[in-house]
Design a protein around this ligand. Structure first.
Ligand SMILES: [Zn+2]
Ligand SMILES: [Zn+2]
Length: 336
């Protein structure tokens, strides 16, 4: 089969490899859509805990083409997506129902071959039916499931006000997630006006250009600050700016992936004086079913976030678009 392979950092090409072997507990999936995520770019550059050579791709959807002898819940022809994270189910964190903190976490597309290929295997327990949802939409269930886990961590409340810094694909998912969790006001900021228009079309309360007048515009929109302030950029300086926008008792949600080893300064006295909380959220934590429900119900729109769709043969171009096309949102490969 065809597969995109990163042989070593910065060396990627499309190769012909044997089809993966379907184990007794595995589902073999013919990939229809797979999205590039920031993690894939880090893997490409050698900045992530990946095993090379590797076929990346952990945000995907497709059709079941074979099932292992022990598989009970899926059959050939089922339309599915899969949670890429494979916890060990044995360590102390798994035993405490915290599989995203598993000490031996493996992941499809990170520590084993992923979905930038014609076929990918996933353990049955990681696979989910997508019903009539389009394959393109279903390849965005994984990033949305990360948002849903964050929403649980943050414990968004009905009527909250929220500020999302960054209106990229993740920022737009976070903004919609906050809305669906009951936030009455969701404001987003971004440096790109066209991304702000997109956020507005997805139903945010206000979209503010991230320039010198951002702080005063946000003050006008919510004079006392926001209950929840989310960094969805991963830029340390942007995260640093988040604290000034939080209300007393406000929560700072660290969602964007900052570079490993980076630090931010925060106003320690203000965190103390205003009862602020700093909350992290990592990956997916058994949040695929909720994410599927949010897309199926129409509560969250994911397809407008796809800016590029390419055949797998153009893997290298796809990485370039995802890295630096100024008009990029989500870059997808379409197979089949
Ligand atoms: Zn991802
Ligand atoms: Zn574990």
């Amino acid at each position: 089969m065809k597969a995109a392979q990163i042989e070593r950092p910065l060396a990627a090409r499309v190769v012909i490899v044997p089809e993966p072997v379907t184990g007794a507990d595995d589902v073999l999936i013919k990939v229809h859509a797979a999205g590039i995520c920031g993690t894939d770019l880090h893997i490409f550059k050698g900045e992530y805990e990946a095993t090379y050579p590797l076929t990346p791709g952990h945000e995907f959807s497709g059709e079941v083409v074979a099932v292992g002898a022990n598989v009970r819940n899926f059959k050939v022809g089922d339309r599915v997506t899969a949670d890429p994270n494979i916890p060990c189910n044995r360590c102390s964190y798994c035993q405490q129902n915290e599989p995203n903190q598993c000490r031996n976490l493996r992941a499809i597309g990170v520590t084993q071959n992923g979905a930038f290929a014609e076929y990918v295997i996933a353990p049955e327990g990681n696979v989910f039916n997508i019903g009539e949802m389009s394959y393109s939409a279903a390849a965005l269930i994984e990033p949305l499931a990360c948002v849903v886990w964050g929403l649980k961590q943050v414990d968004a409340q009905a009527g909250n006000s929220a500020l999302v810094l960054g209106a990229g694909p993740m920022g737009c998912l976070v903004a919609q997630g906050l809305r669906s969790a009951g936030a009455a006001q969701v404001v987003v900021t971004d440096v790109a006006p066209w991304r702000l228009r997109m956020a507005e079309n997805l139903g945010v309360s206000a979209a503010v250009l991230a320039d010198e007048s951002q702080a005063s515009r946000l003050k006008t929109l919510s004079p006392d600050g926001f209950d929840i302030v989310v960094d969805a950029t991963g830029i340390p300086a942007v995260l640093e700016s988040a604290f000034q926008y939080a209300k007393p008792r406000g929560k700072i949600w660290v969602f964007g992936v900052t570079p490993i080893g980076s630090f931010v300064k925060f106003p320690a006295y203000e965190v103390f004086r205003r009862d602020l909380k700093i909350i992290g959220s990592f990956a997916v934590n058994r949040t695929f079913p909720q994410s599927i429900a949010l897309v199926q119900s129409g509560a969250i729109q994911v397809e407008p976030l796809i800016s590029h769709e390419l055949p797998l043969d153009e893997f290298g171009r796809g990485l370039e678009f995802a890295e630096k096309d100024p008009k990029r949102m989500k870059v997808h490969f379409r197979m089949g």
